[in-house]
Design a protein around this ligand. Structure first.
Ligand SMILES: NC(=O)c1ccc[n+]([C@@H]2O[C@H](COP(=O)([O-])OP(=O)(O)OC[C@H]3O[C@@H](n4cnc5c(N)ncnc54)[C@H](OP(=O)(O)O)[C@@H]3O)[C@@H](O)[C@H]2O)c1
Length: 354
């Protein structure tokens, strides 16, 4: 099969090479998917640079955190998946930049075969993660106000739509006027350019000083600490990513006085579904042991419930996955470069077959 291989860690444009390699072997509880499209994610770009400590993968490796395709083979216990169209995460969080990928069934979800590829391939991470974060973890309620950072990104564009559908008031941030326009089109009441404007003042203005009930933060860094000044009594600050620098995952930046005086909660979110929370160990989940980390993963049953709700909203045209760029397989490194430079919005889809 053809695959983009990272022969070593480094800049994607330098290290990714299109090669012919053996298709992966499928194991029990796994499915072999003929990939129709791979969708770009921040995480795999960090992986190519060798800085994604949560799912470290030694080079050489095939990156790719998310695929859409058709199941061609199945390991023991997974036979019922053959022939289905699925979206999900390849084993170990890599292997998606290829014509075939192996997925554990626990991270695969069936989609209707009739869905256009651009719709199906844009669904998985942003809508599952936004639902898990906003509703399951942060309990966002109707008439509450939510601040969504990077609102024009894959995750942000999904989160705005889900929050609006739930009856919340949305304040979004993004980095260009064009992206702010997209946030407003998706239903954000207020859109703030956080690269040119003091977003804390803008949020205080927009809420007449009442601040927000929930903040969805995938950016981190200065944005994280400034966001605390936007949170009202009892607010929930969702921490689920560090687009401004993944190394922050292993830093200790929190001034705890802010939490005490602020009377708000920090809500961590990791979306790795597991069949059995009790049996799953840290190294089973990430391939690496974190002795100080307490692993609590969301269940597969919850994932199926979220998936059904997302497909229902899609069928009723209440949500639409946003795709900012579609390219062919050969153009994958250039697409990564544009995504990495923050030039794209929504999701970036790489079609394996046209
Ligand atoms: N916890 C989990 O289980 C989990 C799983 C998957 C992904 N994630 C996280 O979810 C987040 C969203 O991922 P995504 O793939 O959908 O990406 P994305 O949001 O489509 O793209 C990242 C966006 O972050 C914004 N950004 C702000 N500061 C940035 C900086 N210094 N450098 C680069 N971008 C910056 C950019 O938007 P502007 O130009 O508008 O600023 C950029 O478009 C990521 O942080 C990812 O790590 C978490």
């Amino acid at each position: 099969m053809r695959a983009w291989v990272a022969g070593r860690f480094g800049e994607p444009l330098d290290v990714l090479k299109l090669e012919t390699v053996d298709a992966p072997e499928v194991a029990a509880g796994h499915i072999l998917v003929r990939v129709l499209a791979a969708t770009l994610n921040k995480n795999e770009i960090d992986g190519i640079r060798g800085v994604y400590a949560s799912m470290p993968t030694p080079a050489p490796f095939i990156p790719g955190f998310e695929v859409y395709g058709v199941v061609e083979q199945a390991g023991a216990g997974a036979e019922a998946w053959i022939g289905k169209h699925v979206i999900g995460m390849p084993r170990g969080g890599h292997g998606g930049y290829a014509e075939y990928a192996v997925l554990p069934t626990v991270m695969a979800f069936e989609v209707p075969a009739a869905l256009p590829a651009r719709t199906a391939s844009a669904l998985f991470w942003p809508f599952h993660l936004a639902w898990l974060a906003l509703f399951t973890r942060a309990h966002l309620q109707r008439d509450e106000t939510v601040l969504i950072h990077a609102g024009a990104g894959g995750l942000g564009s999904a989160a705005i739509q889900l929050a609006v559908h739930a009856g919340a008031r949305v304040i979004a941030t993004a980095g260009t006027e064009e992206k702010l326009g997209l946030c407003r089109d998706l239903g954000a009441d207020v859109a703030i350019n956080y690269r040119t404007t003091d977003f804390v003042h803008a949020v205080l203005d927009a809420t007449h000083g009442r601040k927000v009930d929930v903040a969805l933060d995938s950016v981190g860094g200065e944005v994280l600490e400034q966001t605390w000044r936007c949170l009202n009594y009892g607010a929930r600050h969702i921490i689920l990513g560090f687009s401004s620098g993944i190394e922050q995952e292993d830093e200790r930046p929190v001034l705890l006085r802010q939490l005490i005086f602020g009377n708000f909660s920090m809500v961590g979110v990791l979306m790795t579904y597991v069949e059995d929370r009790v049996l799953e160990s840290a190294s089973d989940v990430s391939g690496v042991a974190y002795p100080q980390v307490n692993f609590n993963m969301p269940s597969r049953a919850l994932g199926e419930e979220i998936h059904a709700r997302i497909l229902d909203l899609l069928a009723r045209k209440r949500i639409r996955p946003i795709v900012g760029l579609e390219v062919g397989f050969e153009e994958l490194p250039q697409a990564i470069d544009r995504f990495d430079r923050r030039e794209t919005w929504g999701r970036v889809i790489v079609h394996t077959t046209r």
